[in-house]
Design a protein around this ligand. Structure first.
Ligand SMILES: C[S@@+](CC[C@H](N)C(=O)[O-])C[C@H]1O[C@@H](n2cnc3c(N)ncnc32)[C@H](O)[C@@H]1O
Length: 286
């Protein structure tokens, strides 16, 4: 089926993995650290060259949720670098994370097995690895979106009938209530609070009444083993300054439980993976 999938010899995989880890590490140490900045600096960065000031309400939400001001690395604005952060890792994403992701992908598949003909949207789908697994298992109405053209290039490398869109998950071009099921997998923890809230808000708009939201992300609580915590922190630190800062905020803010509000989505099922460090949570739109 997947004719164009690259073949990875052990030697090549090892050397490419080393290069990317070294690159991530050098990026982490050379970038300016997120600093305590004024609200205006945050605004400038978040809104790019237009320098649109945030409303007092949004600024207050930032403060309440301890949003770390963006460092605006590479001397560019956040907006102009959006969608480019995965350019270098795109080709390595699946090979590097294969063993880590495999049980998680399977858990999502199992959760959705009874919905094979439903309209399913994978939001921030990356390389499309999850939807490809669903397609392989004869799901028939699959859609996925991502901001990164490089990640989508990999997603497109399959013969499966998947609809792929280059869209911003905070404001998509789909009509209200277009989908029965939405998946958000490993996309929330690496974003600032406002973006996380916008992902959830937009997902709520896109789902039909009674639609399902399946979220996969890290969980740090009394059930999470220390082994799992250490492994996840190690990986997230490698991913770099800003990414790690947002991950820390996400954990400090209690992850999904503070982000997904009961008046919008009702939690119906929760499953733990990777030594309890990951949750696969199923919500129903209220
Ligand atoms: C850690 S990857 C997760 C990919 C995939 N969901 C998975 O489980 O492997 C996060 C993805 O979110 C995408 N992303 C980040 N911000 C986005 C946005 N505003 N709109 C759409 N995609 C976004 C990135 O391009 C990246 O592919």
């Amino acid at each position: 089926m997947n004719k164009e999938r690259p073949r990875w010899g052990h030697g090549e995989l090892f050397s490419k993995s080393r290069i990317i880890l070294l690159w991530l590490e050098s990026r982490r140490s050379s970038l300016p650290r997120p600093q305590k900045a004024t609200a205006l600096a945050v605004d400038n960065c978040a809104y790019g060259r237009d320098v649109v000031p945030l409303s007092p309400a949004v600024r207050e939400a930032n403060r309440r949720n301890q949003v770390v001001p963006r460092a605006c690395p590479w001397g560019s604005t956040e907006k102009s670098s959006m969608g480019k952060e995965y350019d270098i890792v795109a080709k390595l994403y699946d090979p590097l994370l294969y063993f880590f992701m495999k049980p998680v992908r399977k858990a999502v598949l199992n959760e959705l097995l009874t919905y094979k003909d439903k309209a399913i949207l994978d939001i921030c789908c990356g390389t499309g690895n999850q939807v490809k697994l669903l397609a392989k298992n004869r799901f028939t109405n699959l859609h996925c979106l991502d901001l990164s053209a490089s990640m989508l290039e990999i997603a497109k490398k399959s013969d499966y009938p998947i609809h792929i869109y280059n869209e911003d998950a905070t404001k998509t071009n789909f009509d209200n209530e277009s989908f029965d099921i939405a998946i958000i997998s490993f996309a929330l923890h690496e974003k600032d609070r406002i973006t996380q809230e916008n992902f959830i808000k937009e997902t709520h708009r896109l789902l039909k009444n009674d639609g399902l939201l399946l979220v996969v992300d890290f969980a740090f609580d009394e059930l999470t083993t220390i082994f799992s915590k250490i492994g996840i922190i190690f990986v997230e630190r490698l991913a770099g300054g800003e990414h790690y800062a947002y991950f820390k905020n996400y954990i400090q803010n209690n992850g999904l439980s503070s982000l997904i509000k009961e008046d919008k989505f009702k939690l119906t099922k929760k499953n733990r993976k990777l030594f309890t460090g990951i949750t696969v949570s199923l919500y129903r739109k209220v």
